[in-house]
Design a binder for this molecule. Sequence first.
Ligand SMILES: C[S@@+](CC[C@H](N)C(=O)[O-])C[C@H]1O[C@@H](n2cnc3c(N)ncnc32)[C@H](O)[C@@H]1O
Length: 221
Amino acid sequence: MHKKNHLELRLERCKDILTVFGGEEKDMRLAAESKQYLDFAVLFGNALPVYLEIGCGKGKFIVETAKANPDKNFVACEKISNVIIDACEGALSAGLKNVHFLNCAAEVLEKYFPANSVSGIYLNFSNPLPKEGYKKQRLTHPRFLNIYSRILKDGGEIYQKTDDENFFKFSLESYAAAGYEVSCCDDLAANPVPGDVATEHQLKFMAQGKKIYRIVARCKK
Ligand SMILES: C[S@@+](CC[C@H](N)C(=O)[O-])C[C@H]1O[C@@H](n2cnc3c(N)ncnc32)[C@H](O)[C@@H]1O
């Protein structure tokens, strides 16, 4: 992807609402072990519940969701700085106080989130990565569910949307194997969810006439 103009300067302007993984440790497991927990009380100035979006892209979902839910706090994680910058700038210009951005890979979430600290996780149109060789990179692979299970509170939920039937089925199997309580629907348009905010990818897929699958997976401890 072409690097955006003045990216470093633009990231610097967002520093009050953005935490960037320095990448000091190349080994993701080691990186996750050296803790640098986000201090929610300082970031948000309150003790409201925290919701996490993983792979927020350009941020339409998180900005609209944060605007509509002032009684919740949101952290949006995205590994590509060239992409998260649009999300940060969107939140800044909307003047949102209940959203923070985390420029890191999901592999290192436990560096920033203590156990039992997250009330819900959004996985919106995560890359389905159909090739067998990339299976471990899928954000609902058991290695990620293990991370989510630790940072989620008991009863915390994962809200997933995808247009990809195989990824939908793979995710259902992963949640079941990890002991999550699962409910799902295979056509969001036919079963609309009140308050559902469409993402950039969702709008694109809907315009192509694609079905949207949705899963709610509840973490039981
Ligand atoms: C297909 S896009 C979807 C973007 C947005 N959620 C939407 O629905 O429009 C997936 C996003 O997830 C990000 N992503 C993929 N793997 C990730 C990981 N391991 N950690 C953090 N972000 C990741 C990608 O960089 C990309 O921006």
